[in-house]
Design a protein around this ligand. Sequence first.
Ligand code: GDP
Ligand code: MG
Length: 448
Amino acid sequence: LTNSLEAAWSKLRKEDVLTRENIKEPMQDVRRALLEADVSLPVVRRFVKSVSEKAVGTGVIRGVRPDQQLIKVVNDELVSLMGGEMVGLEFSKTKGTPTVILMAGLQGVGKTTACGKLALYCKKKSKSCMMVATDVYRPAAIDQLVTLGKQVDVPVFEAGNQIRPAEIAKRGLAEAKKKGVEVVIVDTAGRLQVDRGMMDELKQIKQVVNATEVLLVVDAMTGQEAAKLVASFNLEVGITGAILTKLDGDSRGGAALSVKEVSGKPIKFVGEGEGMNALEPFYPNRMASRILGMGDVLTFVEKAEEVMLKEDAEEMQRRILEAKFDFNDFLKQSRNLARMGSMGGLVKLIPGMNKVTPQQIREAEKSLKITESMINSMTPKERADPELLAKSPSRRRRVALGSGRTQEQVSALVSQIFQMRVRMKNLATMMQGGSIPGLEGLDDPLNG
Ligand code: GDP
Ligand code: MG
């Protein structure tokens, strides 16, 4: 935040409720910050509107300053606009069919460099990899990829520049299949501007290789133009995600905000240098602070979250002791976990849990998502009273249908909540120094 505007924020400190009036000046400040970060104007407008609507009328939480609370709303909205959580690469689910990653983007944005980086990334994940050179226009493009291939020790398939790109890609994929390569990364030719030839070429390649991922490479310096660019690539070719490059420069990275907003697709990686190691997964929360240009925002936000979590935790503990823990609590708890950072980070903090593999964490996150989908298909009454589902097979069937899960999965979840009640109550009682109570009334009605 700029110094001159600190006054606007400090005025807010004395208020108890956020109103349209008292957030006006601070929101102007946010608007300016976003424009300075090169977020495109329509995106800024929509953002400011939606944040204002969310903020107005929120009572300020005990122990949190009103200005901090507003920043938190802004930050959360930014994070959610960028997809909320980190999204990794999608891999092919069919055995014997390699994952194919197709790079798209204008000339000079860093596609070829990103190919090399991704190849190294996949190699580190113990996946065999191959790159395919289809940029037949720029004289040195093939050599550039071959050189990068040598650097990261990944083979490069090339067929000169006399064959159509789609045909090269097809041959490259055939070669990869023959060799049993797991990941094929296809480099393509960019143009200085969006044009028909490039889009048609990309479409053809995408189709021929049946791409698992089509990653749009966007230069972070693109600024205001990013929204249009993303829209046209997504419309013409269909992208599955993006890589934001050159974040090691001065750009505040406002382009990041446009990608998800415009295409609905996540940024998956960021490039932070020319070296092959300079590739990082994209974390929306880190990007949000960068875009706002407020280094200390995070401490604010963390503080606010701490207070909210503490209040939630106290309420939760009360419900646990009364064995009232229901599906709403379940949801709230898993969201709190998500709020506290990715499970990966959290798990490391738990003693004895540091041997958990990334694979296990992914499984856990996946099963949490499945659970959430089932809870989302429950009525409010059912969420508050798990007995309803325990007693009624037809309710369980409806939830299964609604969430696209099996009835067995729903039954398992219902059993689980009763088991959790027992276990949590025992744990809570033990921690309070009491003895373990009898379990009457807490049995699992489905299995008891
Ligand atoms: P392409 O035309 O899209 O294939 O772009 P290139 O991969 O050839 O990259 C163009 C230039 O940008 C090269 O000089 C790269 O070294 C540089 N470059 C690519 N990614 C990054 C990055 O993340 N940071 C910086 N500073 N430079 C990058
Ligand atoms: Mg290139």
